[in-house]
Design a protein around this ligand. Structure first.
Ligand code: MLT
Length: 240
């Protein structure tokens, strides 16, 4: 299995995801929030690029089980039911619901992955289950970091390195590109203190500064979920 890592959605497009399995990671916070939502009974997500698109889709469908969720500058969007904090996605709020979601980086990375043969949702919360699922497959893999406005971010890269670490420890023979080699080394440096890395990275400090530090601790939980959501035909859902 060949594993490449894309630091940003722009790099993902350059690496041509067609025919490959892509893992989309936005550790702070979109993919972590999605996994928490699925653990709480959420039925699915529809990622869209803009606030306007989200509102139009919800208006069009006029479905009481369709909620609007997401953020801009980490804050909930006016008129939306949910922000992008995992704490918003409580069972009583999301059980049986589908969330039309737009975030600054996470949903953009998902949209950039649409040409891939398979797309999985990854975060620290599900790295082992995700690695097992990847190991079952035959496809080459691209780990797609959401990044921050198409620039490198530490947290997504360390999470990508964790997935590579689990695959190698699981005995899957893999070859890595330079970015994947770097990500694995970064993970080996931080693996003993994932929370410290998340709290210390640029976006973790920003979240703390706007009163969302509790989200960082939730997103730092390693292997608390066995769920591996997939993104297929415009929707994110559990296929198992
Ligand atoms: C993103 O998509 O950029 C992040 O999830 C932003 C956030 O922390 O809500």
């Amino acid at each position: 299995m060949k594993i490449d890592l894309a630091f940003t959605p722009y790099e993902l497009e350059k690496k041509d995801p067609r025919g490959k399995a892509v893992v989309v990671i936005d550790a702070l916070r979109a993919t972590s929030t999605m996994i928490v939502a699925f653990e709480n009974g959420c039925s699915g997500f529809i990622p869209v690029a803009t606030v306007e698109e989200a509102i139009q889709l919800a208006d069009l469908k006029k479905d009481p089980d369709l909620l609007l969720g997401g953020e801009r500058r980490a804050m909930p969007i006016e008129g939306f039911h949910l922000g992008n904090s995992p704490r918003d996605y409580r069972p009583e709020k999301v059980r049986g619901k589908v969330v039309v979601m737009t975030t600054t980086n996470g949903t953009q990375a998902l949209l950039a992955a649409r040409k891939a043969a398979e797309v999985f949702i990854g975060a620290f919360l599900n790295i082992s289950a995700l690695s097992r699922r990847l190991g079952e497959g035959e496809r080459d893999v691209i780990i797609a970091c959401a990044g921050e406005k198409d620039l490198f971010c530490l947290e997504d890269t360390v999470c990508g390195g964790a997935i590579i670490d689990r695959l190698e420890k699981g005995g899957v023979p893999i070859s890595k590109d330079d970015a994947a080699v770097a990500a694995k080394l970064l993970y080996e440096y931080y693996e003993g203190d994932i929370y410290g890395m998340l709290a210390g990275c640029a976006w973790g400090q920003y979240l703390e500064g706007v009163g969302l530090g509790k989200d960082v601790r939730i997103c730092a939980q390693v292997d608390v979920s066995r769920l591996v959501p997939v993104y297929r035909e415009g929707k994110i859902f559990l296929d198992r």
